[in-house]
Design a protein around this ligand. Sequence first.
Ligand code: NAD
Length: 488
Amino acid sequence: MEILNYINGEWIRPDVKEYLDVINPATGALEARTPLCGVAAVNAAAEAAAQALPGWRRIPAQDRVQYLFKLKFLLEDNLDEISRTITNECGKTFEEAKAEMRRAIENVEVAGGIPMMSKGEISEDIAPGIDEIMLRQPVGVCATIAPFNFPGMIPFWYLPYALATGNTYIVKPSERVPMTMMVIFRLIEKLGLPKGVINMVHGGKEAVDGILDHPAIRAITFVGSTPTARYIYRRAAENGKRVQAQGGAKNPVIVLPDADMEMATKIIADSAFGCAGQRCLAVSWAVTVGEARNPFMELICDAAASRTVGYGLDAGVQMGPVINHGSKARIEQLIGVGVNEGAAIPVDGRATSVKGYENGAFIRPTILADVKPGSEIARTEIFGPVLSLMHVNTIDEAIALANSGVYGNQASLFTSSGSAARKFRYEVDAGNIGINIGVAAPMAFFPFSGWKESFFGDMHGQGMDAVEFFTQKKIVVERWPKEWTRKF
Ligand code: NAD
């Protein structure tokens, strides 16, 4: 597939010297080459978006959302093609890709309610004849910088909200997975939006820096790793922009002895190994309490060892490869660190290959047991199909352990006790909580929360948070003395 920029309603072949090969992580086939654009492409997109802004914001919100209604049906009608593209560039299974796109579509649906969600407020007679009005106006030109692991869904935490609230918009997909947004932009093109309202620029750091520094871009959303999130947050804020930056994760799950062990194991395995562990809500370490240790250990090792790994478009495959060989090497090296630090490795998924896909970046599910709190493997985000096990004697110790990390994206608890669940929900420091849930992904009408070093900013993506993020409030105080009215 040829990867092009989309600027001012036109497909543009970028004039660049450097490209990044997009390799199918399962088959090893070359799928595309991402042009690594620089500041010139960003400037052109920002200029187009700035020019489109006055006309777009004048269109009533109830008319702007009509484009979203059309987009919803286009996405649904093309779900299989988009999902196949996700599998071929990102590695996850076809079913996982479809589930990803369903959440994207759900965000389009929720943003369809923006005429109501973005309406203003008025207080009459704050003093006799004086009214106070709160208007929500668009922020201006906005941009999203996306990660590789959800090439279709993550831009949709923002895109429909940014457009429907009257902003113009630029997307920069991850350079590792540019094809999904190419397919989606071919659909967006069919909407007939005014030129420049939505634009796409491909590239890596240089394009990102262009976005961070461009004076016309007023708000930026980012999703990716914590070091990049911190950088984006700092540089965008320094330039006076509104910014939210979602970072990495290391999500704990606590298993109490009263949990339904079979259900817990199945759900935890799906969370840890689904999308090959490359999900920011994947559980990556499990803390068993008291007598939960042995039954959980036995069942989770069986679940890990029996998972079917392969090319995500083949029938019966439960887990695809990781994104590339560099990532595979990094994950295997980290597993080695865990073993050197004294962890046992009852299920070892390293040095594996899949018949027929010998060039694929496959790692099988891996379990590290007796991982020491505070060790490197206990602290580092692995972002692969690896579950670390720890054990304590009380729920208080388990919660203290869960709160000891720097991240706060998600924490889960498996129990049949309501009071334990309430205690956990109350005390644990994370923005998304699962009670007998492995991936506590918020529906599109809730914010995609995230705390501590998993998030920099205050308003999140999705739902009302996104409406808040993409609008700025204007307060108007008006005096209309009674005596003036009498003149008519
Ligand atoms: P990444 O940080 O490497 O890249 C994300 C984006 O930042 C890409 O568009 C990339 O071009 C850009 N980028 C990368 N390095 C940069 C630099 N030095 N300067 C400027 N821009 C740069 O992240 P990734 O590997 O694509 O995604 C995986 C990470 O994202 C994991 O850490 C995962 O936990 C996190 N993630 C978080 C959430 C969340 O909601 N908190 C969701 C999905 C993924």
